[in-house]
Design a protein around this ligand. Sequence first.
Ligand code: FRU
Length: 556
Amino acid sequence: ESVNHLHRTAFHFQPPKHWINGTLISLFVRPVYYKGFYHLFYQYNTKGAVWGNIVWAHSVSKDLVNWEALEHALYPSKWFDIKGTWSGSITIVPGKGPIILYTGVNQNETQIQNYAIPKDPSDPYLRKWIKPDDNPLVMPDYTMNGSAFRDPTTAWFSKDGHWRTVVGSKRKHRGIAYIYRSRDFKHWVKGKHPVHSKESTGMWECPDFFPVSTTDFQNGLDLDYTGSNTKHVLKVSLDITRFEYYTVGKYDPKKEKYVPNGDTPDGWDGLRFDYGNFYASKTFFDYKKNRRILWGWANESDTVEDDISKGWAGLQVIPRTVLLDANKKQLVFWPIEEIESLRSNYVRMNNKNIKTGQRLEVKGITPAQADVEVTFNVGQCLDKAEEFDPSYTFKPLDLCKIKGSNVTGGVGPFGLITLATPDLEEYTPVFFRVFKDTSTDKPKVLMCSDARPSSLKQDRGPLKQDRMYKPSFAGFVDVDLSDGRISLRSLIDHSVVESFGALGKTVITSRVYPVKAVKGNAHLYVFNNGTQTVNIESLDAWSMEKPLQMMNNGAL
Ligand code: FRU
């Protein structure tokens, strides 16, 4: 089998070939004890570039940038997982070591929760895993939907002497997160009520449930942290539309109940970790640096036939730190600092005005493999922002579709044009558009990452499955622009553009497949298509190197 490299990434995690499904599980094993490896386990098809034949593939890293592939950790072999070793997570249990909780699929296609332990806990690579014969740990009871019961979270230990884990599910159209508790990690009892549920959201895949500090906006929290200065976050992945949403709220450990804050939407229009191509994400607490790290999966946006012919599908976005925003209503995300070790050629721009219709090229770096951070100042012209009618019922995505990067506004659209040809036959613009909310007189900022003009590639046919997916992804950015500034950072890597608005308040990942704007023919610009001049306070851009060790040591 051959692998087509044209759109493969340089500094994102990708196995050398075949399908990777995000549902990723990672942990940092305490450095002294396990010699400081980060472990990544991911759903992987051993046989092809579509979903199927799923095993737990395993890689280790010392810096989350360079990765070494190991043998598969789990694959179907026992009656309790003969039809699937699906997603789950890892918990480090004091005195016992790391324990995997995962979903097995049995002969009847029932989803059940199992565990696995390292064969040799003193092996820093944790190469071999055992699935003890006293599995499964949990079978769905008669009140539950056995074909929708999966993806146990990392367990946490509470003062009452119990471990707890959350498992995703649904009943009819109601999305559900069940909670289980155990004293010995073997005997698990279901909570009286689900920890949370929501009508008409469908299956909750890959739930994630973790505390965030309301007083320390620098460090992450481990799952068993208790203290009054916390809120909890519940994230779910919705399999109907393949996007995730989260809420910020309060967990009551006595009642085993989570309640989202009253002012956050809970459901289809909820907040998102990433408003683009991003799914099946998981966070983990990194003991080494006291941070919570989010890792998500970006599937392909071309067709299944394209995936088969290119021989690979899916990648992991750059890991991101997760913190509660100082407004305590949402999270903020930022690429882990380790990725900056790959920065090379550096260019900078300062205090440059960019007028209506102007496009400035960023030269001196490799635009198809780059990291760029720009801070705009629009303080002078906010009164010229177009009006945002509060009765607009448009979703951000539709608004971006109508008001694309070429539709002149007052303040904006302005931003970056990535993976572009000089004549803009192909380009992926990432930009802001500032409105004035007429009900509050405050700015309302839309951020877009628009894949519509990204590729000249012809569709294979008129049907949906034959067309490349080129959405105008978008989200609002909750900033008041009181100091006039708004920043944008994009990590560009051949077929993926990850963009962070306002230091990570709104994040959008796009997958794109240019035909001409590839490798050395790709260009990067800053643009402004608003009527008002915008100031580039600063722009810093780097070429990105390929990590020395990135899985090119062959899949095992
Ligand atoms: C998420 C998911 C999980 C499941 C796994 C199977 O994409 O569907 O719910 O455990 O993938 O590979």
